[in-house]
Design a protein around this ligand. Structure first.
Ligand SMILES: [Fe+2]
Length: 232
């Protein structure tokens, strides 16, 4: 039993080995990949555990006593499959640096302040139209030591779980007009320009809340079709 995905599904992804992005040199496989058939548990839906996603989980500015510093923003959009059909009940998880470009993580020791009111992680579930929405602060760029004077463009990490484990997508959302795009090997490891552009959110004036927050729209297409697995 297997699912048949359109061949183009994989063409948007970065190559495993992208030497300019130095850590891919050690991470990428040296031998051809072995095809392992999917099992039933991969073709059926994931189970998220005991704690249901709460509405407040999608507001990263309300997880502590006070509000975090930085530019408050709304990040929202729809999750579709490749045929533009809305994907309901998709788990959307995000993590990000604070407004100064610092993560709450032991490995991140770059000399920018931590914010006691910001952890930088949230989650949401799409509604029946595939829609999700987060409130957060705009993350700052940060240095990452890949090469001389290497800075990541501002970005938010996304993980999405569609109707099956094999439709999981991990990606990064960028902000329009970032001057660091041409210099970032991670962003440019996606060879196809149209695919790169799909990682850039769009400024969404309609969804902006006056006197309160700017908004950015980020629609995501998950690989695969929400169909009964076919015997082939
Ligand atoms: Fe990051």
């Amino acid at each position: 039993m297997t699912l048949v995905f359109p061949k183009e599904s994989l063409s948007a992804f970065p190559k495993h080995l992208t030497p300019d992005y130095r850590s891919t040199i050690k991470r990428s496989p040296l031998k051809p990949l072995i095809i392992v058939p999917h099992t039933l548990s991969e073709l059926t839906g994931p189970v998220y555990g005991h704690d249901a996603v709460q509405e407040g989980d999608a507001d990263l500015t309300r997880q502590h006593k006070g509000e975090p510093l930085g530019e408050r923003i709304i990040v929202h959009g729809h999750v579709y499959d490749e045929d533009k059909r809305p994907q309901a009940d998709t788990l959307v998880e995000i993590w990000q640096a604070n407004a100064c470009g610092r993560y709450v993580h032991n490995v991140d020791q770059h000399p920018a302040p931590l914010d006691p009111n910001f952890t930088g992680a949230g989650r949401a579930k799409t509604d029946e139209t595939g829609y999700y929405k987060f409130v957060t602060v705009k993350p700052g760029p940060y240095p990452w030591g890949n090469h001389y004077n290497a800075w990541r463009p501002s970005h938010i990490h996304f993980s999405l779980f569609g109707p099956a484990f094999i439709s999981r997508l991990v990606t990064q959302m960028y902000f329009p007009g970032d001057p660091l795009f041409p210099f970032d090997p991670i962003f440019n490891s996606v060879a196809d320009k149209r695919a790169r552009d799909r990682m850039i959110s769009s400024f969404d004036l309609e969804a902006t809340i006056p006197e309160w927050a700017l908004a950015f729209r980020f629609d995501v297409a998950l690989r695969g079709r929400n169909q009964t697995p076919m015997e082939s």
